[in-house]
Design a protein around this ligand. Structure first.
Ligand SMILES: *[C@@H]1O[C@H](CO)[C@@H](O)[C@H](O)[C@H]1NC(C)=O
Ligand SMILES: *[C@@H]1O[C@H](CO)[C@@H](O)[C@H](O)[C@H]1NC(C)=O
Ligand SMILES: *[C@@H]1O[C@H](CO)[C@@H](O)[C@H](O)[C@H]1NC(C)=O
Ligand SMILES: *[C@@H]1O[C@H](CO)[C@@H](O)[C@H](O)[C@H]1NC(C)=O
Ligand SMILES: *[C@@H]1O[C@H](CO)[C@@H](O)[C@H](O)[C@H]1NC(C)=O
Ligand SMILES: *[C@@H]1O[C@H](CO)[C@@H](O)[C@H](O)[C@H]1NC(C)=O
Length: 253
């Protein structure tokens, strides 16, 4: 049960070390721009992360550092299944999302966006390992292939950002009360669905910079709370009513 990242040189810094005022002997200074924000805003009832302080890697339960470099080389997630949030954004992680992540069944937010070397095919479990998952931000990584079915069905999901990857395939109907959907800057193709289950929830829909074709279905006009719509840089024909376009601030052409 180890979180191992495939990158040959793994750059991480645990934020408490980063914020510590004392000098961190164990830390490579180059790592300071690339902090790992690993936080649990909700309770840590067993105080399992209480040992996570100071700059001595030995004290950080479940974390292993290189002897010489002071860089974190692996994290054992076995005892961290209480985590609610895993924010690994804007680091230098590479490789694929490790399967051990699916042990984090309480997770509400998984935010590893902005790690350009992190990619591969989205694992099929990504949408259903935690029945509490609300926010999935995988933007500006290097994922390719199709979105797994689990993403379209996870009931708890509210916020899905897969923008700026290399995802392909069709956009299917989402079967939950999604509020935010960003799939822009990918290689998605096919026609637009109606987003019929999102009529009362979706406020942001951006699908710009893909290869979507066909007319914009009139049913899109029934997205009642939509405040931001961006479909630009596709091959869509704008065949929906002026009323709706005006409502969406697109302008009527
Ligand atoms: C590491 O933990 C030990 C035992 O809890 C403590 O005495 C020591 O001060 C800690 N070291 C650092 C650098 O935080
Ligand atoms: C780090 O902590 C361990 C265990 O608490 C201790 O044996 C070791 O000497 C400490 N290393 C440094 C550099 O303080
Ligand atoms: C880390 O320390 C162990 C034991 O002291 C040693 O066998 C190993 O070669 C060291 N690894 C590195 C990468 O320095
Ligand atoms: C996720 O869904 C797949 C089928 O889509 C199922 O086989 C698997 O057991 C599910 N996993 C969880 C943790 O619910
Ligand atoms: C959607 O994702 C793209 C690519 O990451 C980003 O540039 C854009 O700002 C995002 N849009 C919104 C509304 O968050
Ligand atoms: C829509 O998306 C395009 C392409 O990403 C971007 O250039 C444009 O600024 C976006 N428009 C709005 C209103 O956000």
């Amino acid at each position: 049960m180890e979180l191992k990242w495939d990158a040959p040189f793994l750059l991480l810094l645990l934020s408490l070390c980063f914020l510590s005022s004392s000098r961190c002997f164990d830390l490579d200074p180059r790592d300071q721009d690339s902090p790992l924000r690993f936080r649990s805003p909700v309770a840590d009832p067993g105080l399992r992360l209480a040992t996570w302080s100071g700059c001595n890697c030995t004290n950080w339960t479940g974390v292993s550092c290189g002897n010489q470099t002071g860089r974190v080389v692996s994290m054992n997630l076995a005892n961290m299944n209480f985590l609610k949030t895993l924010d690994l954004s804007h680091n230098s992680f590479g490789g694929v999302v490790p399967d051990d992540t699916m042990e984090l069944r309480q997770l509400r937010e998984l935010v590893p966006n902005g790690n350009r070397e992190l990619g591969g095919v989205l694992p099929s479990w990504i949408g259903n390992f935690s029945s509490n998952l609300k926010k999935l931000e995988l933007g500006s990584n290097s994922f390719h292939g199709e979105m797994p079915d689990s993403l379209f069905h996870l009931k708890s999901l509210k916020h899905l950002d897969l923008g700026d990857n290399c995802l392909s395939g069709n956009i299917h109907e989402f079967h939950q009360s999604l509020e935010f959907l960003n799939l822009s800057l990918n290689r998605l193709y096919g026609t637009l669905p109606c987003f019929a289950d999102l009529t009362r929830s979706l406020t942001v829909l951006t699908l710009a910079d893909n290869s979507l074709v066909g007319r914009i279905p009139t049913c899109i006009a029934s997205l009642q709370v939509l405040a931001h719509l961006n479909l630009s840089f596709n091959h869509l024909s704008y065949g929906i009513s002026c009323w709706f376009l005006a409502k969406s601030h697109i302008g009527c052409v």
